[in-house]
Write a protein that binds this ligand. Structure first.
Ligand code: ASP
Length: 587
């Protein structure tokens, strides 16, 4: 097709172009027909520009204009002219000028649209995903994908400056466990054998360190066959990196500086370094979660010691049995804390495993409402010690430490949301360190790695690992932003014997470990360097930066919450012949 090619994009025309003939190639974003004059708002990736067809335009152009509809793809040519007085649009960067159309070519037509491209709540997500190629034309999707590109470029240039090499690792691999199920790919040449898609490049990046490559990164696609819950995708992207001869703080420092550069390049936001650090224990104790949202205060207070001075027998019994009492102080929230809200928060606490939620408010220097009557005697001392003021509301729970922290942590988040204590547009990072290395899985009755099985125990636990795995802390770290886990990493084991001891604890005795990880254990017998790394989630990072609620908003072609694609219909059955070739038959 021969057609006039653009000489400017839709964001470029300005008064310097006045009088010059130009061509735009773009989509019809808006169309206003006033009889003898038609205004087209044309759109491309770069911006919006007005084109005008009037009685000075050639007859054939006016005729063709009658055929135009939204989202037709067109080429328009004509002089750039100043908009008449009163028609200037200061909202549009090109708002001082317009193109007076002398030539119009319809490059392609558009049938009835399933939704209007740039409308705020344009459609259901299902429809948006089915017509993703149209959804991608929206300014929101384009802005986010442009940000994503900027983030990736910023990461690449930062890591290159720091001496990292970008190296690809295979995606048809021997399965690497990261706590999820593998996607399997059948081998045609070896019927009955399978490749796995990597849950992450974990083992390969460690082998790159054994290979002496020292500093590696990769914008890596990871595949995990997980149940659809939360904001998950079967494939997602990590900024995967690994470094040799580092200690924990070297990895944290590098990651912080990378985040600082990314936020500067991507959003012009200056992050303050270093990020605060909390141990896993402190995070749970103070915020009831290992990914605390610290955009607001509201720490959990410990009232375990205080409770014996009160007459609240229910809580005293819990403490006597070894439990804890945790409280939240909602400052001056008296009026806002309605019974309805308390009932909602109590529901949240119960869902998190609590038996209930106690509350009372400070009024006339006394505790009133809820369980206030049990605290009359101790009120003066408590009000003084906790620095309480009139109108403050106390929410309290009592249970085992783990359970009360968890449930009160959920109440903390819910209260902050409903009392609107979370300021939008803020980014609050922190590190959570010193996680337990192992977790007990009730269902399988086995120890499991809390992160993955290649992480180094902290030095003081190495001799006695097997005695009480539950107590062992690892050289593990998570980067958290606004209450979301943004990255996990660790210093790794590089001693084959220690690695085997950890394998033993998590259910990979020698035989089984050799079968699955023999190549890693072998590699560790050839002078492996001490090493460690981390892997920030790229989708999450861009989601947080663009203040979206789901990573689907920052992925060009995501799967839906059922892990399917309404656009191409995947997953889908395959031909009998394909299966036969692979030697696969369904029972
Ligand atoms: N492979 C780990 C993960 O995907 C990250 C790391 O330890 O570097 O979570």
């Amino acid at each position: 097709m021969n057609y006039p090619q653009r000489t400017l994009n839709c964001s470029q025309p300005r008064v310097v172009h006045l009088g010059q003939d130009h061509t735009l190639n773009a989509w019809v974003h808006r169309l206003r027909d006033h009889g003898n004059i038609t205004f087209l708002t044309l759109r491309d990736r770069y911006g919006l520009m007005q084109a005008v067809i009037d009685d000075q335009s050639p007859q054939e152009v006016r005729l063709l204009t009658g055929e135009l509809k939204m989202e037709y793809c067109v080429a328009v040519t004509g002089p750039i002219r100043r908009r008449p007085e009163g028609m200037v649009n200061p909202q549009m960067p090109t708002g001082e000028v317009e193109l007076h159309v002398q030539q119009l070519v319809i490059l392609s037509r558009c049938q009835n649209l399933p939704f209007v491209i740039d409308e705020e709540n344009r459609s259901t997500e299902a429809t948006r995903l089915q017509y993703r190629y149209l959804d991608l034309r929206s300014s929101g999707m384009q802005r986010r994908l442009i940000l994503r590109d900027r983030v990736v470029r910023s990461v690449r240039s930062f890591l290159a400056d720091e001496g990292f090499l970008e190296i690809e690792t295979p995606t048809l691999i021997k399965s690497t466990p990261e706590g999820a199920r593998d996607f399997l790919v059948p081998s045609r040449l070896q019927p009955g054998s399978f490749y796995a898609l990597p849950q992450s490049p974990q083992i390969y990046k460690q082998l790159l360190m054994v290979g002496g490559l020292d500093r590696y990164y990769q914008i890596a696609r990871c595949y995990r066959d997980e149940d659809p819950r939360g904001d998950r995708q079967p494939e997602f992207t990590q900024i995967d990196l690994e470094m040799s001869f580092v200690r924990r703080d070297d990895v944290l420092d590098l990651t912080e500086r990378m985040m600082q550069r990314v936020f500067r390049d991507g959003l012009n936001v200056e992050l303050e370094l270093p990020f605060p650090r909390l141990s896993y224990h402190e995070a749970i104790d103070r915020y009831g979660t290992d990914k605390p949202d610290i955009r607001f205060g509201l720490p959990l207070l410990d009232l375990t010691a205080t409770i014996n001075q009160t007459a609240f027998q229910a809580f005293r019994d819990v403490v006597a049995a070894g439990g804890c009492v945790k409280a939240l102080v909602l400052k001056k929230a008296g009026e806002q804390v309605t019974r309805k809200r308390i009932a909602e928060w109590e529901e949240v606490a119960r869902k998190a495993g609590a038996k209930g939620l106690a509350w009372m408010r400070v009024q006339n220097h006394q505790f009133e409402g809820g369980v206030g009557k049990f605290f009359q005697e101790s009120a003066a001392a408590m009000i003084r010690d906790l620095g309480l003021e009139e109108g403050d509301v106390l929410l309290m729970g009592a249970d085992s430490w783990a359970r009360v922290c968890r449930s009160m942590g959920m109440v903390r988040l819910e209260a902050a949301k409903s009392l609107e204590l979370i300021e939008a547009g803020k980014f609050r990072f922190l590190w959570v360190v010193d996680f337990p290395l192992f977790e007990w899985n009730e269902e399988s009755g086995q120890w499991e790695p809390a992160h993955h099985m290649f992480s180094m125990p902290k030095a003081e636990y190495i001799d006695t690992l097997e005695q009480n795995p539950g107590d062992v802390k690892g050289e593990l770290y998570d980067l958290v932003c606004n209450g979301l886990e943004l990255a996990s990493g660790s210093i790794r084991i590089h001693d084959p014997d220690l690695q085997q001891r950890v394998f033993n604890i998590v259910g990979y005795p020698l035989e089984r470990a050799r079968e699955r990880f023999g190549f890693l254990l072998d590699a560790f017998r050839y002078g492996p360097p001490p090493h460690g790394g981390i892997a920030p989630g790229l989708d999450r990072l861009v989601m947080i930066m663009s203040q979206q609620e789901t990573i689907r908003e920052v992925i060009a072609f995501p799967k839906n919450t059922q892990m399917a694609s309404p656009m191409d219909g995947s997953p889908a059955p395959v031909d009998e012949a394909q299966l036969r070739e692979l030697g696969i038959r369904f029972l």
